[in-house]
Design a protein around this ligand. Structure first.
Ligand code: ADP
Length: 529
């Protein structure tokens, strides 16, 4: 009889030789019917199904196999009975008589295979012809045994079949595990070949980019790396390929209209592939940036509060002086052209001083801690009022404002005036971005316990490089801008337990999404402290 066959793993666990197909694996030895595979309860004992209508012989077979001590045996007398058993319980190895009352073993073989694809089947026959042997092997039988076999021969064949089944299941199991690791991991996994083309992409990549793995395959990876980071990313890939050393770097991933900051680990090359494992650190980086901004703001805020009057008084005086100067010019300058030119200059200076005044007001707004009123606010009404307030400006610019309520939108709990300020800022930004003929669409909708307001414009959009800086105080691309609008908006929303997100595509437009919690049904109204 063949000695026990051991895998290294089994040896490690069982210093004394033990049969691998018994308790050596900590996962199902017997798999159930195909539909249940992978969820079957672990069964350490092997299971042999004997299909033979000859009772005495079947008993004989069972006795021999049971001598193993670690194998259960079930006997069925017909093809149908065997199939029924296989469907309900599965098996590891079947020993099937070629001659059965309702079918032949050769015909039964593929049907059993279908039910339990990872099991092995041994055919037995009383008279082996070459044809029978060929048919058995074609059908995928593990072995064909003549009924004159010796018990050792049977035991050894069963044992080898068991080992084969166990190894196959271990391989499948490992493969499933590895696949699950790649599929469910909350990190991006990309397999990249020497030409920089994507060979493998996992669902996290799809979740972030909206690109299914099949579409990504064969495409150059640089397509999804942000423009500024493309060259360093490709250089890092080259470096990994050349030196065989893993690398780490941060590079953005272009996702559906937005950009995510990804910390990449580039693995050393393995069988022609470099694995790029990416962790999305967008939120972490944003938090760090906000912490830094908040610190800067609070320092500057104290300073600004102290200086506010000092600055505002001279500014007011300057406006007054300019006003007087303007009058004097009208009165005393004789030449028309000289007067017009001086008037223009005076207006420019007044405009700049006003801008400084606005900057100061907005900055103080950001820096000064103030309590919130809490009342039930119908957000639609606030937005309607904002649109109405800017209707003249919008029509002057040739921009259409549309509003859409998706279903019934419940009230939120908040400070009406501050919320108005939020939508004024966002609406003015949208107007500024939109060319004549364009549209600003404001949609409100309840999603779970949140009210969502989407402010969408089909304007110029925001460059990818600017997206991460939008909320930085003083970041502006407008000649007269203060760059404080979005910082204020975000601060107000945070005070309301809400949030703000921006999606944009250059040349296509921008959607700013405001999220506010729905007011609890019995929420009381409070006034600010
Ligand atoms: P400001 O409007 O004073 O510039 P904000 O903080 O409100 O300050 O906006 C900062 C910058 O964000 C703007 O200068 C603009 O470049 C960009 N921005 C904001 N909203 C939009 C939008 N809807 N479309 C395009 N760019 C926008």
């Amino acid at each position: 009889m063949a000695g026990p066959i051991l895998t290294p793993k089994a040896l490690a666990r069982h210093p004394k030789p033990t049969k691998t197909y018994t308790a050596a694996y900590d996962r199902p030895m017997s798999s159930g019917p195909a539909s249940e595979r992978g969820t079957a309860l672990p069964r350490a004992r092997g299971h042999v199904l004997v299909v033979d209508d000859h009772e005495a012989l079947a008993d004989n077979l069972r006795e021999i196999i049971l001598e193993e001590g670690s194998i259960d045996v079930t006997v069925r007398g017909s093809g149908e009975a065997a199939l029924a058993f296989a469907r309900n319980h599965g098996f590891d190895v079947a020993i099937v008589d070629v001659k059965l009352p309702d079918t032949s073993g050769v015909e039964l073989l593929p049907r059993l295979r279908e039910v339990v694809p990872d099991a092995e089947i041994i055919l037995i026959t009383g008279f082996a012809t070459i044809d029978a042997a060929i048919a058995a092997l074609r059908g995928g039988a593990f072995a064909l045994l003549l009924k004159s076999f010796r018990p050792e021969e049977l035991k050894s064949t069963v044992e080898q079949a068991m080992v084969k089944v166990a190894l196959r299941r271990e391989r499948d199991w490992l493969e499933r595990r590895y696949r699950a690791l790649v599929e469910v991991a909350d990190v991006i996994v990309l397999g990249i070949d020497r030409r920089g083309e994507v060979v493998l992409a996992n669902p996290k990549f799809t979740a972030l980019t909206g690109v299914p793995p099949t579409t990504a395959r064969g495409e150059s990876v640089e397509r999804w790396i942000g423009e500024r980071d493309r060259a360093p990313f490709l250089a890092a890939l080259d470096d990994v390929a050349a030196r065989g050393q893993p690398r780490e770097l941060e590079a953005s991933l272009i996702s559906d209209g937005a950009s995510r900051v990804i910390r990449w680990h580039l693995s050393a090359e393995h069988e022609g592939l470099i694995f790029a494992i990416g962790v999305d650190v967008t939120e972490r980086r944003a938090l760090e940036r906000r912490a830094a901004n908040a610190e800067a703001l609070s320092t500057m805020g104290t300073l600004a509060l102290g200086l506010a009057h000092e600055i505002r008084n001279p500014l007011n005086a300057a406006v007054l002086q300019m006003h007087l100067l303007g009058k004097q010019v009208e009165r005393e300058v004789a030449s028309d052209t000289a007067r017009a030119s001086m008037r223009d200059r005076v207006q420019i200076v007044v405009g700049e001083i006003k801008r400084l005044g606005r900057l100061l007001t907005e900055f103080l707004e950001l820096a000064r801690p103030r309590g919130l009123a809490r009342e039930r606010v119908a957000i639609g009404e606030v937005i309607d009022a904002v649109i109405e307030l800017h209707a003249a400006e919008a029509s002057q610019r040739g921009v259409t404002a549309e509003r859409l309520d998706q279903g019934v939108v419940p009230p939120v709990l908040g400070d009406r005036e501050k919320l108005r300020q939020v939508f004024v800022n966002l609406f003015v930004n949208a107007l500024d971005a939109t060319a004549s003929g364009g549209t600003v669409r404001i949609t409100t909708e309840q999603l779970g316990d949140k009210v969502m307001v989407d402010m969408s414009d089909d304007g110029c959009g925001i460059a990818e490089a600017d997206l991460s800086r939008l909320f930085d105080p003083f970041f502006t691309t407008k000649p007269g801008g203060t760059g404080l609008g979005l910082s204020i908006v975000r601060k107000i929303l945070e005070q309301h337990g809400g949030a703000l997100s921006v999606r944009s595509r250059v040349g296509e437009g921008t959607t700013v999404r405001v999220e506010l919690p729905v007011a609890p049904p019995d929420s009381a109204t409070m006034t600010p402290p």
